[in-house]
Every structure is written in C-alpha cells, then in structure tokens.
Design a protein around this ligand. Structure first.
Ligand SMILES: *Cc1c(COP(=O)(O)O)cnc(C)c1O
Length: 392
C-alpha cells in the first residue's frame, strides 16, 4: 500500500478505539452496555424545525450552490442573534461566515494561519479536533494545561514567553468540553489582553453557550472591548437545538480572520445547503422556547448522575454548563483503568480523560446525552459496582 503523508503519522489513534474493543468483547458476552461516553443529544430536533426544512427543501431555488460565505439572510440572523443575546454588533457581510457545523470551521482555521512548524496554543484536556487540526496544518501544538486547582482555566503566566510570542493561535472553549468548567467575563478580558499583546489569533469555541444551568449565563469573547481586533468565535446550532446531524454553524468576529477562513473554505467546500441555512434562520429566531426545555432535561440528568457518583464516593463538581461531568477517578486507578472498570463491572461506558490530552489523566467524562431510563439503569449499575468493589 502506498505510504501515508508524514502528517498522518502524527495523528494519534482514534480516541475511543481501545475502549471500543473492550466494548465489543463485552457485548459478545451478551447483555446491554450503557454508553455515557459520547456527547450527542438523543432528543429529536424540534418538529416545527424539521417541517420548516422539509418545505425549504422543496423550493427549487434552494437546490443550487449557496453563495460561498453562506446566504446573507442566515449571516444576518446570526448577527441579530449575537446582538440580542450578547449585545455584540456584527457586520453580516464581513464578520459572519456560515460553517458546515462549527467543527468544520475549527479545523479549517488552522490552515489559514498555521504553516509548517508554526505553533498553536491548545488547551489540554480539550476537544481533540484543535490538536489534530494543528498537526494536519503541519504545525506544532503546544499544550496549555487546564488544571482543577485553577478551575480548569489556563494560567497564561506559565506559558513560556518565547513559546507565546511564536504562537499564531490560542484556542479556548467555555462552557468547556470535557471539563464542564465555565468562565467569567473577567477571565475573557485577561485572555483578550494576553493575545492582543502578542498578536495571537484568539479562537473561541462557544458551542455550549446556551447549555447552562442554575442561572449561569455564558459570555461571548466578543463582549470584551477590542476583542474583535484579534478574536473569532465559533458557534453552532448542533447542541442548543438538537441538530448535530444537520451540520450548521458559523464563525463571527475579526473580519481579516473570517475572510481568510472563507478563502480556505472556497477551495474546499461550497457552503451549506441553502434550505438548511433557511431552517437555521428559523431556529435562531424561534429557538428560545425550545432551549429552556433542553436545559431542564440535562439539568435533571446532571443532578441524578452527580448524586449517584457522590454517593458512590467519587469526587465530582456540579457543572454550570455543557452535557458533561468531569469526574476524578479513585486514587489507585488511571483514567483508562477506571473507564475499563466501569465498563466491566457496571457495563457503563465513559470517555477516559486521556482521550482529551495528557492532562486529562486522572479523570473520566460522563455525558448526559442519553434517554432518562438508560441513565437511571446506568446509575443503578454504577452504585452496585462501586458498592461491591468497595471502591472508596
Ligand atoms: C460538539 C462540539 C463542537 C462541534 O459541533 P458542530 O456539530 O460541528 O457544530 C465544537 N466544539 C466542541 C467543544 C464540541 O463539543
């Protein structure tokens, strides 16, 4: 077989590959596996929205290529939504770009700014795409640790100055996947100042901006004065409206970066299906009424899971956002061992923290994107397994 490109050899083995094997073996032995490993909502997309897409899909003028940057009405709806939600003003023509899901834009922005040997500052633990996308661009990821003692925020002072000065991009994501940590606007001010002083493009992943609890309201990086000089934010319709399979998101912010990302995309894709973008407008304009229900569902599951894990003797913070719980593994376990323990003894599948970076060691991630009855069974299983094995 012909040899792969050198960059492919740097891409680590698939996150869940090892665990998948164990899972297969367990399933062969029979019986159900309760997977709390993946963050993909099981609730359906709101039916009104599905109906809207169906009608839009029938319109012949929607069957042709979309404008490369996305249809202007969708970009305008995103700008209007940012104005209402964050009081951030955006020029829909220059500061908003349609994405085929935010993951697409997150991966492609590196091609626009990171060349061979260029550095990017990547949160660790973090969404795996940041790191692999740097590698795909032949760049060098530099891990910025997110530690529990710092509430999973980076310590900018600890990044060596020569590393920072030679970095093109800093990625941040709050509410955070996988740690479920949230931020204050004060921290975002610090991040903007850090990047402005060093001419670093600050990429802010706000995929969970609407998935929050207990009165916490997530900020946008663009609420920080002067942020637009150096920042772009990625947002998505996937998580708030249960639209993960639909593939629609957008990037907003610094027009130079938005334009550069647009150039990369012009040469790779031809934007999203126009009917889908029209449905996206409908979601952005009408989504508030669905959001409360979505957050209530996940909050209830979060509370059940936190109570279960705490009563099993595990240490877990009550998160104010995301679908995740970032749980400290008992002392004598590694992340992978504890994930394997839960799989074998409780038949519950979780994501080992090391799948998100070396600083994810010592944690496993649970997701609440499962039906209530499955979660209840999984919780029962966890309680039994931890009691039997006298975990703590
Ligand atoms: C789910 C997720 C995304 C990507 O969502 P899309 O469906 O591609 O819009 C981006 N970042 C984080 C942290 C996520 O968890």
């Amino acid at each position: 077989m012909m040899e792969l490109a050198p960059r492919m050899k740097k891409i680590p083995p698939y996150l869940f590959a090892q665990l998948d094997k164990v899972r297969e073996e367990e399933q062969k032995k029979g019986g159900e596996i309760y997977s709390l490993a993946i963050g993909d909502p099981v609730e359906p997309t709101p039916p009104e929205l599905v109906e809207f897409l169906a009608q839009s899909a029938r319109r012949l003028e929607n069957h042709r290529y979309s404008p490369y940057a996305g249809i202007l009405p969708f970009r305008k709806a995103a700008a209007d939504w940012y104005k209402e939600r964050f009081d951030v003003s955006l020029d829909p023509e220059k500061e908003v770009l349609t994405l085929i899901g935010s993951k697409e834009g997150i991966a492609h922005i590196f091609l626009a700014f990171v060349g061979s040997g260029d550095r990017a500052l990547i949160p660790d633990p973090g969404y795996p795409v940041y790191r692999t996308a740097v590698l795909m661009a032949d760049g060098e990821p530099y891990s910025v640790p997110l530690l529990e003692k710092n509430d999973f925020l980076p310590e900018f002072g600890k990044i060596p100055e020569d590393i920072a000065r030679s970095s093109k991009i800093l990625f941040l994501c709050y509410p955070n996947n996988p740690t479920a940590a949230v931020v204050s606007l004060d921290f975002l001010k610090e991040a903007v100042e850090y990047c402005r002083k060093r001419d670093i493009l600050l990429c802010y992943d706000n995929a969970y901006s609407e998935i929050t609890y207990d009165g916490y309201v997530a900020p946008s990086i663009l609420q920080v004065p002067h942020a637009k000089e150096i920042a772009v934010e990625f947002n998505s319709l996937s998580k708030p409206y249960n639209m993960t399979g639909w593939r629609l998101g957008y990037a907003v912010g610094n027009q130079y970066a938005i334009q550069a990302l647009g150039v990369v995309k012009n040469n790779i894709d031809s934007s999203a299906f126009m009917a889908l973008q029209e449905a996206g407008i409908f979601a952005l304009k009408n989504g508030k009424k669905w959001l409360q229900k979505t957050c209530d569902i996940h909050k209830k599951r979060r509370d059940l899971l936190v109570e279960t894990l705490r009563s099993a003797g595990l240490q877990v913070r009550l998160p104010k956002g995301t679908f995740y719980l970032w749980v400290k593994v008992p002392n004598h376990f590694s992340s992978a061992e504890f994930a394997a323990f839960l799989l074998k003894e409780a038949r519950v599948m979780t994501a080992p923290g090391t799948g998100y970076g070396e600083f994810g060691e010592g944690y496993v991630r649970f997701s609440t994107t499962v039906p209530d009855d499955l979660l209840q069974k999984a919780c029962h299983q966890i309680r039994e397994a931890c009691r039997e094995k006298k975990l703590t």
